[in-house]
Design a protein around this ligand. Structure first.
Ligand SMILES: [Zn+2]
Length: 641
């Protein structure tokens, strides 16, 4: 239910038009430069940490909403206006961390407490990474490289986002697709279905469409997304990164990047990836052999004449999963109507963390978007707020993600805001999507329940190889009987999963771990290859994928749409698996009771609320009361859990 009129003090996303956005951006940048000058003119450290906090907040107030609107605004003019602004903001960010006077003041700053000490350490690393300690010529070159990298990243993402490719399928080629999928799909005047490359269209098709040739056509189109232009952009990006590392006397971009991650260095990542590979290689082969046998049976061909193709993978995995575990992902949508699934996620979060969510009608960028206040359950005090933008529309960011809109700063009483952006089916979620919802909402909670003192340490401002852990952990609440019991309260009229259903779902989910983690390993290794030794990306990819059991499909250009490595996830893709090591380990204290508010509270206090103001490893140790272990992770990926 929507409550009454919004409170005046509730911070919201400013709804700029294109001109307003550009103005807000330019004003913010001009003001920030003035503030920087004033800060630089002061002698001695003084209150530099507090000054820095205010500067960062002023910039974030323009930058974060603009980044969000650039990804979700229905008006293309607004989305387009966001891009040049983000470029300018990146330039500003580099300038700040290249400012010698600010550097001198931060360096002179004497932390008064551990949170200031952590802030100082992070700022000093930021300065060093931006090149302020480099000789002037190198520093100038570093700045040029940062600006260029941002420009290239934007061009790369734009080529994916605006890829106009559509693929046509006859009604016959739609055999196997459920009614719920077909009913909203666009058709041309000959009655052919016209599909775009978005995941909600692509994934169910690859899992369900009977026609191999139709799947092949869609696979090839999807694996050409972003176009060959992006291969050149990616090449340039990695060459520039190598040059950047060289300015610091480091051998590779991986060395440059990983010294600031939990892992600390390239060798640790390589060792971890080798362990993953060793754990799953045989399992992957075994799974693929089973699938090939399934295809042979299906096609009534002799096994030795049956070639198993990449576009067969999802289809036969889904088929085996269905027959072995009687799970039909599409049929699960009626168990998890989208609105009810949201309520379920809310119910869990409220139980664990002692908060209440209250919907409030506020102006938003699209009529589908909803807004909620986060209140303290006991006192009713306002804590923070978040938006839900759940459904696909043209021009919208086409994955699922949480956008931090405002980061907390306890010392200035600044309250956080985040936005959940997904592309869900309006009718209901399948079980995978329920996990996605929990995952992304885990990021939202990391933002809106944060109580960090300083804005630069707010919420998800943690190391890249830790940032996924809280959200990966939260996925587990889609998989266990005890929390799922709550669904009966949330939606009494829905069909409910029995214990047997839940167990089968979990076995079905873990089916295919070998193939899945072998793929994750491949992505991570590809990233590390380019990050340690840049070469034309397609050649590197071809080489790596050719060595996998299913090989490389001639003509496909996967690296053209691998946006993770065009952005800040470079030399960081391994982080998804590395975070999972911590995520699965951090689940251990929840094992006895997944809705125990006492454990929830401890987790909130030691991890979620801390943002980046403590070292990640220390936070994990204080929550677990011991050293972290990778045992749960390796049990999970080898199916031994
Ligand atoms: Zn995530």
């Amino acid at each position: 239910m929507a409550a009454a009129a919004p409170q005046a003090q509730r911070p919201l996303v400013p709804l700029y038009d294109a001109a307003g956005l550009t103005r807000a951006c330019d004003d913010t940048i001009a003001r920030a430069r003035k503030t920087m000058q004033a800060m630089g003119a002061k002698r001695g450290a003084g209150a530099v940490f507090d000054e820095w906090n205010r500067l960062q907040i002023a910039i974030e107030d323009a930058a974060n909403p603009i980044f969000l609107l650039g990804s979700v605004h229905p008006d293309k003019a607004v989305r387009d206006a966001a891009e040049p602004c983000l470029t300018k903001l990146t330039t500003l960010g580099t300038e700040i961390f290249q400012d010698e006077k600010l550097y001198a003041r931060v360096k002179a700053g004497e932390p008064a407490n551990p949170h200031q000490a952590k802030l100082k350490k992070d700022l000093m690393e930021g300065f060093e990474d931006s090149g302020v300690a480099l000789p002037p010529a190198k520093r100038q070159r570093a700045k040029e490289i940062f600006d260029k990298l941002e420009e290239l990243r934007q061009a790369y993402d734009r080529n994916i986002r605006d890829d106009p490719t559509t693929v046509k399928f006859t009604a016959a080629e739609m055999e196997g697709m459920p009614e719920s999928y077909l009913k909203n799909k666009k058709k041309d005047d000959q009655g052919n279905y016209v599909l775009r490359l978005d995941y909600p269209s692509y994934i169910p098709f690859m899992q369900n469409a009977k026609s191999g040739p139709a799947r092949e056509r869609y696979y090839r189109a999807k694996l050409s997304e972003g176009s060959a232009k992006n291969l050149d952009l990616l090449n340039e990006i990695f060459e520039l990164r190598k040059e950047l590392a060289g300015l610091y006397g480091l051998g590779s971009f991986a060395d440059y990047s990983l010294r600031r991650k939990m892992v600390g260095n390239t060798e640790t990542v390589m060792k971890f990836l080798a362990d993953v590979k060793a754990a799953v290689a045989e399992l992957e082969k075994k799974e693929l052999e089973e699938l090939r046998a399934e295809k042979a049976k299906d096609a009534a061909t002799a096994l030795e004449q049956t070639k198993f193709e990449r576009w067969d993978l999802s289809y036969y995995q889904e088929k085996v999963r269905r027959s072995r575990y009687s799970i039909d992902q599409e049929a699960l949508r009626k168990y998890f109507p989208t609105g009810k699934a949201i309520e379920y996620v809310f119910a869990i979060s409220q139980t664990l963390y002692g908060v209440k969510f209250r919907e409030v009608k506020v102006p938003t960028w699209h009529e589908d978007v909803r807004y909620f206040d986060v209140l303290d359950a006991k006192s009713g005090n306002f804590i923070s707020g978040f938006y839900l933008d759940l459904y696909p529309r043209e021009g919208k960011y086409n994955h699922a993600a949480a956008f931090p809109v405002r980061g907390v700063s306890r010392i200035t009483h600044r309250t956080p805001v985040s936005a959940l952006v997904t592309n869900f089916n309006r009718e209901g979620l399948n079980h995978d999507e329920l996990e996605t919802m929990l995952h992304e909402f885990g990021h939202v909670l990391h933002g809106v329940l944060s109580r960090a003192d300083y804005n630069p340490e707010a919420g998800t401002s943690v190391k890249r190889d830790f940032v996924e852990a809280p959200s990966q952990m939260f996925e587990e609440w889609a998989r266990r009987e005890q929390p799922l019991e709550l669904f009966k309260k949330v939606c009494p009229e829905c069909p409910h999963l029995t214990r047997d259903d839940i167990e089968r779902l979990d076995r079905a989910r873990r089916y295919g771990q070998g193939t899945r983690y072998a793929r994750q390993w491949l992505y991570a290794v590809f990233d590390m290859e380019l990050s340690t030794n840049p070469r034309p990306p397609l050649a590197v990819w071809k080489n790596l994928e050719s060595a996998t059991p299913l090989g490389y499909v001639e003509g496909t250009i996967f690296p053209a749409a691998f946006s993770h490595i065009a952005s800040n996830y470079a030399a960081g893709y391994y982080g998804y698996m590395y975070s999972e090591v911590l995520a699965l380990d951090m689940l251990t204290p929840f094992k006895a009771d997944m809705l125990d508010p006492k454990v929830g509270r401890r987790y909130l206090d030691t991890i979620l609320s801390q943002g980046g103001q403590r070292e990640e490893i220390d936070m994990v140790r204080s929550f677990l009361g011991r050293e972290p272990s990778s045992e749960a992770f390796f049990a999970e990926i080898t199916g031994k859990r």
